[in-house]
Design a binder for this molecule. Structure first.
Ligand code: C5P
Length: 416
């Protein structure tokens, strides 16, 4: 999100970067990393593990970052300054450099026994680890399994480098140089085809009231739609997230419109479409609503055996009828014959692409933090293997961004 305006009045330059420093001689290089990040207009806050403080003092990082350094999860003073939840919210990006074998192991277990690991559990920001350790520790199958597990949950791994090590040995395990780490960050923030484009995303379920107390709805946590909104915003898009009721906090730098019923979602979407470049329908919209809504709570004796229902508008189908229409991407959550149902919806609703996932399995789909999907478009099928919804969202936004770019170039060629 480097160098772009936010919709919620956040800084227009640079990112809010949270640097985690764990125990290792390479911690001294992270002092220079903070300096370079600040030169590139990023706001940097630092958290140190207790082992890190044996190598560099918190005062050094405080002086170079211009902010107090977080050291303790339960320190009353630092809690008052910025607790683990505030730090988790502050971060657009978390980088752990150096990441020791110990912190990697604790993160892979989902532990929260110090400030750094607690923040990593509480954040929705992308996290990158920059490992630094003895080459035999790095190659140890336990470390490799921990790293693989973190990758599976959406962590990026930058490095390590090969070279002479502090212990006098040679091998893979040196922390990347600050320059290389800065390059990783700036590449991530480089301008993408969807930079400054407007993306409207629907997410979560809708609720269709029967009376002021009861409603019918669909199962949906909203996690996939919210992750897509966060990833699109991080890629520089202007994102409008239109969501039904969920337990999630709206992602940073996203315009958030809260609705309850499918009719309200339809109205909200229709207002946005004339100014929108890309539409992603990730909401589980209720196909029907009760025909009559009682003004007061009905007694159970008021209900007969049948419930009269009226069809809701198909929002994404209406979006696909617009001329010119935005790039329109739908989701199909299916329990069986996934490909068949998804392809049918792709054609019937007039979509550019459909993202299909199987639901009703032990892992993936509703409520889960991980998912695997297949995307169908005029380009054929693309499989996205099981991974965290955060990481999957980045991959899907990457695909959508490239497809949007190609479509725009093709239409320019056709005019020419
Ligand atoms: O519910 P269904 O499987 O038909 O959903 C497929 C796609 O259509 C999803 O992208 C969903 O958000 C969208 N949809 C919609 N309006 C509806 C029903 C579904 O936009 N009324």
């Amino acid at each position: 999100m480097a160098k772009r305006c936010s919709l919620r009045g956040k800084s227009t330059m640079g990112q809010s970067i949270l640097l985690g420093v764990s125990g290792g001689i390479a911690a001294y290089k992270s002092v220079d990393l903070v300096r370079r990040l600040r030169e590139n207009n990023h706001t940097v806050r630092v958290i140190m593990t207790s082992a890190a403080q044996s190598f560099v003092t918190p005062l050094t990082f405080q002086a170079i970052s211009g902010h107090p350094v977080g050291c303790d999860l339960l320190d009353a003073a630092s809690e008052a300054a910025m607790d683990h939840i505030s730090l988790a919210r502050f971060a657009d990006q978390i980088i752990i450099a150096p990441a020791s074998a110990d912190v990697i192991a604790r993160l892979a277990q989902g532990m929260a026994n110090d400030l750094l690991t607690a923040v990593c559990l509480a954040t929705t920001a992308p996290i990158a680890i920059v490992p630094a350790m003895n080459h035999r520790m790095w190659h140890n199958p336990l470390t490799q399994a921990n790293v693989a597990r973190l990758q599976q949950f959406g962590y990026a791994v930058w490095g390590p480098d090969e070279g002479a090590q502090a212990c006098g040995e040679y091998g893979l395990g040196r922390m990347l140089e600050p320059d290389a780490i800065v390059k990783h960050i700036e590449n991530k923030n480089s301008v993408t085809p969807i930079h400054s484009k407007t993306i409207v995303i629907t997410a979560g379920p809708t609720r269709e009231p029967l009376d002021p107390v009861r409603f019918i709805s669909n199962r949906s946590s909203g996690k996939m739609g919210y992750a897509l909104a966060a990833a699109a915003a991080h890629s520089g898009a202007k994102v409008i997230l239109i969501s039904g009721p969920t337990a999630l906090a709206p992602p940073k730098n996203v315009e958030f419109i809260s609705i309850e019923t499918a009719a309200q979602m339809y109205e909200a979407v229709m207002q946005q479409i004339p100014h929108c470049d890309i539409f992603i329908g990730a909401a589980a919209v209720a196909d029907f609503r009760p025909t009559a809504v009682a003004p007061q709570k009905s007694s159970k004796n008021d209900f007969s055996n049948t419930l009269a229902l009226t069809a809701n508008p198909d929002i994404i189908h209406a979006v696909a009828q617009f001329k010119p229409k935005p790039l329109t991407i739908g989701f199909a959550a299916e329990t069986h014959d996934v490909k068949l149902h998804a392809m049918r919806k792709w054609v019937d609703k007039g979509l550019d692409a459909i993202i299909a996932n199987q639901v009703g399995l032990a892992e993936g789909g509703f409520d889960s933090d991980v998912n695997s999907v297949d995307l169908y478009s005029a380009n054929g099928a693309t499989h996205f293997p099981q991974q965290s919804k955060t990481e999957l969202a980045y991959r899907l936004i990457g695909w959508i961004s490239n497809y949007y770019d190609k479509q725009t170039k093709d239409s320019i060629k056709n005019i020419g």
